[in-house]
Design a binder for this molecule. Structure first.
Ligand SMILES: Nc1ncnc2c1ncn2[C@@H]1O[C@H](COP(=O)(O)OP(=O)(O)OP(=O)(O)O)[C@@H](O)[C@H]1O
Ligand SMILES: [Mg+2]
Length: 333
């Protein structure tokens, strides 16, 4: 246990969480865009997340620390829609871009990504991720007054659309127009509260269901982005953990059949089409964009992803099952 940095102590004080205590803590590993600490207070442990101005992944990837405020707002909204969908928010300090939340011990709340890496695939859990996400999208879609609380078009562009889609268009110049059109479609369909980083590395497998972390890309925007983002991770895991690709493909299907019936704010087929069009762009983005997945290391595997993604982008299916079929034939047969 260490003494936390002074600015974290000051932030705790401004959030009225210190109550005269002299806290000890421990930095948690895993955060690349924030400092994350477990802080032990007299009432028990809490978790502190302080946004970094410069992400640790990449020297030229910067993001405003105000994203921490939108993360805190996302947490509050999500918990109001689905209690437990996010750690309980305990406070937010705008001065330093720091939030305080309930501490969820890894023994009871393992990370979904670690489970998948270990070959533990629970199709029912994937369905529950889709159910929680769909409920949050559905509840927020009917409350457009929320849009004013998430004026994050600029942040979302800079830390999602540009690094993934624009950058992929730079790596594949013949696809640059296609990437630009996908960006425009995503920006035009502002319908619900988007999490923005629905990845197994940001989802804990809690005893009562999924707990979503890391909503610092929260945006009033196109919910298709969240669904596509998560489905992309399930598909890429087929390359990482081929032994469980059958379960991963089943999880993909479980997510889609659970999510799509929850789409009440627009025709489900329209949302499905946007998701199906984004998905191959995201396959490619995770190989050639600004934030490639760390676990596809062989060039031959990257090429396989490129081939299938480019084929799907050239003739994009509108149905997710068709994207999955092509992926299965080429990558996970
Ligand atoms: N409330 C919490 N309780 C316990 N551990 C937590 C909590 N919040 C985050 N963590 C731990 O810290 C890790 C990183 O959290 P988070 O994803 O929010 O940070 P980040 O810096 O945005 O990470 P990255 O950019 O790598 O996705 C999580 O994977 C988890 O292990
Ligand atoms: Mg994270």
């Amino acid at each position: 246990m260490e003494t936390p940095p002074k600015d974290i102590i000051d932030a705790l004080d401004r959030m009225h969480l210190l109550k005269g205590a002299d806290p000890r803590g421990q930095p948690l590993t895993g955060g690349v865009s924030s400092d994350i600490w477990r802080i032990d207070l007299p009432g028990g442990p809490i978790c502190i997340k302080r946004a970094l101005a410069k992400l640790r992944v990449n020297a030229d990837w910067q993001a405003p620390v105000e994203r921490n405020l939108y993360e805190a707002r996302w947490m509050r909204v999500a918990n109001a829609v689905v209690p437990g969908a996010s750690p309980t928010l305990l406070g937010q300090d705008e001065v330093t871009g720091t939030l305080a939340m309930e501490y969820l011990p890894a023994e009871r709340y393992p990370l979904w990504k670690a489970q998948l890496r270990d070959g533990v695939v629970d199709v029912g859990f994937a369905a529950s991720v889709a159910r929680t996400l769909g409920r949050i999208h559905a509840a927020t879609a009917v409350d457009p007054s929320l849009a004013a609380a998430f004026p994050t078009d600029g942040i979302f562009h800079d830390i999602r659309l540009e690094p993934y889609l624009t950058q992929t268009g730079r790596a594949h110049p013949d696809l640059a127009d296609r990437m630009q059109r996908l960006i425009e479609t995503t920006q035009r369909n502002k319908r619900a509260l988007v999490h923005g980083d629905v990845s197994p590395k940001n989802i804990l497998c809690g005893p009562d269901g999924p707990v979503f972390l890391d909503a610092e890309c929260a945006w009033w925007g196109d919910p298709a982005f969240d669904l596509a983002f998560c489905l992309n991770h399930l598909m890429l895991k087929c390359v990482w953990v081929p032994a469980v690709r059958g379960g991963l493909l089943d999880s993909f299907r479980a997510m889609t059949v659970t999510y799509l019936p929850l789409v009440g704010w627009e025709p489900a087929a329209a949302l499905e089409t946007r998701t199906a069009h984004l998905l191959p762009a995201l396959f490619l983005a995770r190989v050639d964009g600004k934030s490639p997945v760390e676990y596809i290391t062989r060039e031959a595997d990257r090429d396989r992803v490129r081939v299938v993604a480019r084929r799907l982008l050239a003739d994009p299916p509108d149905r997710l099952a068709d994207v999955a079929r092509t992926w299965k034939e080429e990558i996970a047969a």
